[in-house]
Design a protein around this ligand. Sequence first.
Ligand code: NDP
Length: 256
Amino acid sequence: SSRWSLHGTTALVTGGTRGIGHAVVEELAGLGAKVHTCSRNEAELAECLKDWEGKGFAVTGSVCDASSRPQREALITHASSLFDGKLNILVNNVGTIISKPTTEHTAEEYAMLMSTNLESAYHFCQLAHPLLKASGAGSIVFVSSVAGLVSVGSGSVYGATKGAMNQLARNLACEWAVDNIRVNSVAPWVIKTSLVEHYPSEPGMVNKIISRTPLRRVGEPEDVSSLVAYLCLPAASYITGQTISVDGGFTVFGFA
Ligand code: NDP
């Protein structure tokens, strides 16, 4: 039924050419949404768009560095003209990681993580608010991390950006409920993507991760995209302000 369909809806997914964002684009398009996405690499974006067209998905894309304020403004202007000023879904997926001890973090690294992970998501929400409101039924999803809930050795600044995203979901859920915009956050544990292909560098780390994860595996991008899509469906119409972990049980595992 239409409770489990996104037909007739529009979506903006940031960072859709690889990893979790790529899976989210395909999940939403597969459920019938018209999707716009972005990335910094024009050639990779063009290749993805060609591939999606071949799969019959209604996906468009433009180059945008989500850490740049004017480029964020241009992206929303573009999405607004594509979608007639209405947007049902905003997935703030762009994010990056620098994991090093706090005593070694530079001011530049701090600023880069804050602007890429947190400020971009915050500003995209501000910019998209009139479009989400105009759609009559809006849903924002933040791609956060378990690093925003517990300490996982990913670095304190990364963890702080993700914890802030979870709180942003709670605040915006309350502020924008009046506009029928729901706001939620998903918190993945280790997911097999290009972001982590060079991590974990330490030998034995993969086994250490798996031994601390009740389901005894790392996640796939599709493990996350299914939850993101669910949160955008009419079926999730009473869920807002939540942070939901996609972590194989990692955050509830105390002691065996
Ligand atoms: P990937 O690095 O594999 O993919 C990131 C995607 O975003 C690419 O399409 C990339 O394209 C794009 N992107 C990156 N930076 C920018 C930018 N500044 N502007 C526009 N596009 C950008 O990452 P993941 O899929 O692993 O991560 C996605 C999100 O999930 C992040 O927020 C991350 O923190 C979070 N996460 C990931 C986990 C994991 O284990 N993988 C665990 C928990 C959370 P391009 O580089 O061409 O711009």
